[in-house]
Design a protein around this ligand. Structure first.
Ligand code: NVA
Length: 240
């Protein structure tokens, strides 16, 4: 927003009246009188939808327990810069079938391309999102096998085993150990494939140093592209 010449207010729940019992809807109505757009990061997706329903300015999903569209738009931009348009690519997601994975399913449902997801059964993406993608004609395959998920991939993507809203760290570590993205002969994960991770990475857990620091790794461009894509999301929302 600042690079576009605007200004920002950063409000945590402690800065607002939510903690004193104000409803999310009232907060949305009040904030809409002060600002031109709201970006919300919420542990509960329903808090985002409640805010968006009552707000009279655009509301941007800055991450919820269910999805993380801003991240995946930056990821798609990064892949297009380095490899090709998403519709021509096979992308692999290995590890937790979390909020970023859900947004990848949405992206492939909207933009095409092939998505291969390798997750343990307990952490697989929700059937509702997969059914939505199927109805869009998306080419998505979910498997328990990390090897199957990464075969023939243009880019292997993973994320932290424990996300911000997760509380079951120990069981997640056990379940996700076999899904670590680790070294292949060329230093990447799959020969010729790129590697992405939304960061922060837990080196030695979901990914090894060799992979995240290899020439195949796009993580820093991916991080920078969050900045650029979010300017474009703001311009879109503000009708500029
Ligand atoms: N899945 C992660 C993404 C962090 C950008 C989380 O929700 O914590």
């Amino acid at each position: 927003m600042r690079q576009l010449g605007g200004d920002t207010l950063v409000l945590s729940s402690n800065d607002m009246q939510l903690g004193r019992g104000e409803t999310i809807a009232d907060t949305a109505r009040v904030l809409s009188r002060y600002v031109d757009a709201i970006m919300i990061r919420a542990a509960k997706h329903s808090n985002l939808t409640e805010l968006a329903a009552a707000a009279t300015v655009p509301v941007i999903n800055g991450l919820t327990n269910l999805s993380h569209p801003c991240q995946v738009l930056a990821d798609v931009m990064t892949l297009e810069e380095h490899v090709a348009p998403l519709k021509d690519l096979t992308v692999s997601w290995v590890g937790d079938g979390n909020n970023v994975a859900a947004s990848w399913i949405h992206a492939v449902g909207r933009m095409g391309g092939k998505l291969r997801i390798g997750t343990p059964e307990q952490l697989a993406p929700s059937p509702e999102i997969l059914d939505w993608a199927k109805a869009q004609g998306a080419d998505i395959h979910v498997t328990r096998s990390a090897e199957e998920a990464v075969a023939g991939s243009h880019c292997v993507i993973t994320d932290a085993w424990v996300s911000m809203h997760d509380t079951d760290a120990a069981s997640r570590h056990n379940l996700l150990k076999p899904y670590q993205v680790n070294k292949h002969a060329d230093g990447g994960a799959v020969p010729g494939a790129k590697f992405m991770h939304c960061l922060p990475a837990h080196r030695g857990e979901e990914v090894t140093d060799e992979v995240i620091d290899s020439p195949a790794s796009l993580v820093l461009d991916e991080a920078e592209n969050r900045l650029h894509i979010q300017k474009s999301i703001l311009l879109h929302c503000l009708g500029a």
